[in-house]
Ligand binder design. Sequence first.
Ligand code: T1G
Length: 687
Amino acid sequence: MAEVRLEHAGDVAVIEIDNPPVNALSQAVRVALAARLGEAMADGTVKAAVIACAGRTFVAGADINELGKPRSPPFTGDIAAQLDGCTKPVVAAIHGTALGGGLELALACHWRVAAPDARLGLPEVKLGIIPGGGGTQRLPRAVGVKLALDMITGGDMIGAQAALEAGLVDEIATRADVRAAAIAFARRAVAEKWPLKRLRDRAVEFAPSELFSRARTEIARRQRGLEAPLKAVDAVAASLKPFDDGLKREQAIFAELQRGPQFGTLRHVFFAEREAAKIPDLPADLPPREITQAAVIGAGTMGGGIALCFAAVGIPVTLIEADKAALERGLAALRRNYESSARRQNLSAAELDKRLGLVKPSLQLAHAAAADVIVEAVFEDLALKQRVFRDLDRIAKPGAILATNTSYQDVEAIAAATARPADVIGLHFFSPAHIMRLVEVVRAKETAPAVVAASIALMRRLRKLPVVVGAAPGFVGNRMLFERSREADRLLRDGASPQDVDRAMVEFGFPMGPFAATDLAGLDISWRMRKARGIVEFPVADALCEAGRFGQKTGTGYYRYEAGSRQGVPDPEADRIISDVRNRLGVAPQPIAAAVIVERLIYPLVNQAARLLEAGVALRPGDVDLIWINGYGFPAWRGGPMFYADQIGLESVRDRLGHLARELGEPALVPAPLIERRVKEGRGFYA
Ligand code: T1G
């Protein structure tokens, strides 16, 4: 039951919010918080107040379960206004993550003291809304318009040190106990009679109008289709007006977005992410596994990126490579990658060197012996991976997690190369591993539940999004991608051009179309796999590969790339090759509308996912949505393929699949039994 307690540390009132698990500002908490604050201010013996939280974090925001439904005051903004009226110093004691309404509450306090590892942010745009408790007006007054725009339109957190340097936090608690530090801070404010620092009284420093136009341009490029970030720019721009006028503008935008479609969709994604960590048959009482050392085998692009993920959260990692030159290349790439992400996170040079110092290079597999988790990321060849795992079986300490980063090899076959298959699991990181959040946690038949649970916990510690999948070919994401890729090849044979298809998918909301993406990754990778498996359903892709057109790496693929350019241009030579395939197959090309292109590329995803759900390879529709949003660029504001299918209407999707299966003669497009059953029950995947 949520509680807000009022305690006394001498003449300092300590108001403690206790609403597990993240001290969300539910209705009950807001009512009690307003009451305790009033009591503290009315108590003549109280000279100052501290607002703190019990448990693992400061307030992580409004209670998302309540948003979008009828709510009663006091709202976060009302409590912020109450704080503005306080005549005694109020200090926020921040630990864990002060997010959304939690940071807005702290911004309305006169000062903020943070624990060294605290993180602060206004992530509301990730839910399709904007801060609605005064954050768009107070944050610019605390840190300036530029950083406020970045934080509010991006929704990302910043660390305590960066917050101190920006003026968002007034002190970092050197002591372990941030509450004691805040009480001491409050006492100093009283003793030295500091004037109360109310952000609403501060004018926003001058912000050139191009700051806002540049933000809008950047958002239109990087967050295309999302409404909230653009609206957030409008709200922050209103902070240049008198405070109360700006608040009114914020409230109007906040209310409008809560009524909009994107809030419901992004709230679905939020809760799907929380569901993904809950694996039904995992015992709840599994003891946490201590992971203090990691090792990564293979210093290529993936291995270097994975090693970086461990170092970035402070876990020492040994990066092992058989070849000295490859190890040096890997280390150089790792440093380059971390330097660029460090710039984005405002990491200091000292912090960067400290993190990089956690990566120990080695040419000896034996140096993995002390690791609690070992991630193999060698070349995608089963025999090589089995050899590595046979060696690791001999070297690794008992109880170490042995993970393969394979994207399509048989995890069961890899596990069988060891005498400890229970410790073997797949951790399919997506490239670039240090940036992409998604990791498919591939559970083999004999993988121990404790290893699955420990892997999920470890991925969350690496700030990844772990989704558990079964050890079937292509797992979930790539198995679905195969269906879309086959239909994309067919669209070219039927008359569409690569740019027709890519344009339709970009307009749908993908950051890039399937053919530009394949040119980027390289056509030869899947060509090698198709030849090994005797797959012949990609005649256009095969013809391009036979002509040596592997994509950006060879300067030509579906498109042509001028020297030094990564932007492909239509290539008459590619058109000729496509036309030759059509002639060879006797296909008369027809123009294909964008809407049909979207159906022919999205519905096969949904159909294949339905089969994977039926087979238990995917656990939930929400997991499938998360995989495609976070691994393949499916626009989050459309909720993912399964949520999107429900929005279209599953019966309509079923009918179109049946029509396409007949028209194209493609048995894989026959509606999956799960879809037929749900339609018969009058249900979707979610409803
Ligand atoms: N409301 C309700 N429940 C929440 C919640 C929230 N804000 N945040 C987390 N939970 C639940 C979550 O569903 C899960 O529940 C449990 O807490 C642990 O979460 C007025 C309007 C804080 C970084 O967007 O980013 O403020 O599944 O598994 O990995 O302007 O939760 O256990 O039953 O994620 O340690 C803005 C969202 C809200 C923050 C912790 N705030 N939360 O991560 O744990 S809008 C957010 C997070 C707002 C104001 C506006 C993360 C976390 P269950 P978890 P975690």
